[in-house]
Ligand binder design. Structure first.
Ligand code: CP3
Length: 338
C-alpha cells in the first residue's frame, strides 16, 4: 500500500496477476469438478484459492479469486467461462434492446463476493487484499463479440458506427463495475485493480474519446474510498498517460514498455510491472537478470509494485515464482523501516 502511494518501503512489494490458478497443483486439485463461475460463487472456496499463492509464495498481496465477468453473470447475462477459451456470452449484446436489458447490479446481487472478502480480510491479517473488476471497454468487448477476439471488429463497429449506443453501453458497464468494486472496498479490500486488458486495441485518440470518460467514472467514483486504484491493460504503451489520468494511483505496465519510459508517461504516479510472464520459462540466471533489470528501471518511479507484465501462464513452474518473490525482496532492500 505504501508503494502504491509513492512512500518509502523496506523492499519492493511483489504480487502476480493470476497468482491463483492453474500453475498451482493445489488449485487444480480443489477446482476438480467445480466450474469456474460456480467456484467464484462459493465464499469458502474463494477464500482458500485466494490464500493458496500467499501461503506458497509469500507474495505481498492477495488478489480476490473471481473473474471480470462475474458481475455480468450477476446482472443476468447468460455466459460461461470455458477452459482454454475464456468468457463466452450466449446472446451477444449488439442492439439497443440488448443494451437496455442489461441490469445494473446492487450489492445483493453479489453478496457472495462481500462474504468472501470479509472471510479473506479476517484470514489475511496484515497482507492486503486487492479487489478487482473489468473495465467498461474490456467487458464490452466480451459482450459484443460474444467471446474472445483478435480484431475487436464487432466492438469497433458499434463504437464507430453507433457512438450513442456505445456510450450508453459503456456508462451502464461503468455503473456495474463501480458497484462491484464498492462492494469489495466496503467489505475490506485494501486496494483495487481495474483490468482494461484489451484497451491496447485502440489508438490514443479513440481511447480518449470512447473509453476514458467511462473508466474515469469508475475510478473517480472510488476517489473518496481511501484505497489505491491500479489501472492495467496490455499493449498500452501509447495509453499509459491517459490511463493514469482516468484516476489511477498506480498504472500497470506490460513487458513491452520499460518502466523508466512508463514513468515518464504517468506524471508522477506509481507503476506496476512488468516482467514478461514467458521469461519465467527461461533458465534461472536469465530470470534473475531480467528481474534485476525491471527493478533497476522501476527505481525511476515514485512507487514500484513488482508484477509480471500480464498474468501467470498456466504451465509456469510455481517454484520459479517463489524464488522470484525472494529475489525481488532481497535485491530491492532499502533499509527503510517496515
Ligand atoms: O489470481 C488472480 O489474478 C485472480 C483471479 C482472476 C481470474 N480472472 C481467475 C481466472 C483475475 C484477476 C481474472 C481477471 C480476468 N478474467 C481478466 C483480466 C486479466 C487478464 O488476464 O487480462 C480477463 C480478460 C478475464 C477473462 C478470462 N477468464 C480469461 C481470458 C480466462 C482464461 C481462459 C483460459 O482457460 O485460458 C478466464 C478464466 C479464468 N479466470 C481462470 C482463472 C484462474 C482459468 C479458469 C480455470 O482455472 O479453469
Amino acid at each position: 500500500m505504501r508503494a502504491c502511494r509513492g512512500l518509502d518501503v523496506p523492499h519492493t512489494p511483489v504480487w502476480f496477476m493470476r497468482q491463483a490458478g492453474r500453475s498451482l497443483p493445489e488449485y487444480r486439485k480443489i477446482r476438480e469438478g467445480v466450474g469456474m463461475l460456480e467456484s467464484c460463487r462459493r465464499p469458502e472456496l474463494v477464500t482458500e484459492i485466494t490464500l493458496q499463492p500467499v501461503r506458497r509464495h509469500g507474495v505481498d498481496a492477495a488478489i480476490l479469486f473471481s473473474d471480470i465477468v462475474v458481475p455480468l453473470a450477476a446482472a443476468g447475462v447468460d455466459l460461461d467461462i470455458v477452459a482454454g477459451t475464456g468468457p463466452v456470452v450466449a446472446q451477444p449484446v449488439r442492439t439497443a434492446d440488448a443494451v437496455d436489458r442489461l441490469r445494473v447490479i446492487t450489492a445483493d446481487d453479489v453478496d457472495f463476493v462481500a462474504r468472501a472478502v470479509r472471510l479473506l480480510v479476517a484470514e489475511l491479517g496484515d497482507t492486503p487484499l486487492i479487489g478487482f473488476a473489468g473495465a467498461p471497454f474490456t467487458l464490452a468487448s466480451y459482450l459484443i463479440e460474444g467471446g474472445p477476439s483478435r480484431t475487436y471488429a464487432r466492438t469497433k463497429a458499434m463504437m464507430y458506427g453507433d457512438p450513442e449506443l456505445w456510450h450508453r453501453l459503456l456508462s451502464r458497464l461503468a455503473e456495474i463495475t463501480l458497484n462491484f468494486l464498492r462492494v469489495q472496498v466496503s467489505n475490506g479490500a485494501s486496494a483495487v485493480q481495474l483490468f482494461d486488458s484489451w484497451a491496447g486495441a485502440l489508438s490514443e485518440a479513440d481511447y480518449r474519446r470512447y473509453v476514458l470518460p467511462h473508466s474515469t467514472a469508475v475510478l473517480s467514483g472510488l476517489a473518496g474510498a481511501g484505497v489505491p486504484r491500479i489501472h492495467f491493460g496490455v499493449g498500452t504503451a501509447m495509453l499509459l498517460g491517459a490511463m493514469g489520468e482516468a484516476g489511477a494511483d498506480v498504472v500497470g505496465v506490460d513487458w513491452r514498455t520499460p518502466l523508466d519510459r512508463a514513468v515518464a508517461a504517468v506524471d508522477g504516479r506509481a507503476v506496476q510491472g512488468n516482467l514478461d510472464p514467458a521469461a519465467l520459462f527461461a533458465p534461472w540466471p536469465v530470470v534473475a537478470q531480467e528481474t534485476q533489470r525491471v527493478l533497476a528501471e522501476g527505481r525511476a518511479a515514485r512507487g514500484h509494485v513488482f508484477n509480471l507484465g500480464h498474468g501467470v501462464l498456466p504451465d509456469t513452474d510455481p517454484d520459479v515464482l517463489t524464488r522470484l518473490v525472494e529475489l525481488v525482496h532481497r535485491d530491492s532492500e532499502t533499509g527503510a523501516a517496515a
